[in-house]
Design a protein around this ligand. Structure first.
Ligand code: HEM
Length: 100
């Protein structure tokens, strides 16, 4: 099992806008081989931002890597821009291999 997470720092007051982007998105994950589950997680609010993470579970690291090179990935990110004023910076990616 492999878990891929992307952390987003969202400007205060823009949390609902960010959540709405994810609610309105066209998703193609269900058809992707090796995909297991997706959640958008809301974390703590700090002085200047609220932390969110997109969290996906995959059968294997290679299934995840294939998705990142696929048209489904490109289509999912056609409207995703790190330059919008809701982001404090680019997202930070972390991938975890399940070892136990
Ligand atoms: C390693 C790189 C990345 C991973 C693993 C990742 C992961 C994901 C996943 C799992 C989805 C949902 C796709 C679907 O439902 O079909 C998604 C969509 C999205 N991603 Fe990423 N992403 C990456 C890079 C980025 C970057 C650089 C941004 C810049 C802001 C971004 C912003 C978004 C947004 C806003 C959406 C919602 C879709 C929309 O805009 O309609 N992602 N991403």
């Amino acid at each position: 099992m492999y878990i891929a997470m992307n952390r987003f720092r969202i400007a205060l007051g823009k949390e609902k806008t960010f959540i709405q982007i994810w609610c309105d998105r066209e998703t193609y994950l269900e058809e992707v081989p090796g995909f297991r589950s997706f959640n958008l997680l809301q974390g703590p609010t700090h002085e200047d931002h609220t932390l969110f993470a997109s969290h996906t579970v995959w059968e294997s690291k290679s299934a995840f890597e294939k998705w990142t090179k696929s048209d489904a990935f490109k289509k999912a990110h056609a409207n995703a821009s790190p330059n919008k004023d809701i982001y404090l910076g680019p997202p930070v990616f972390e991938g975890f291999e399940a070892v136990v």
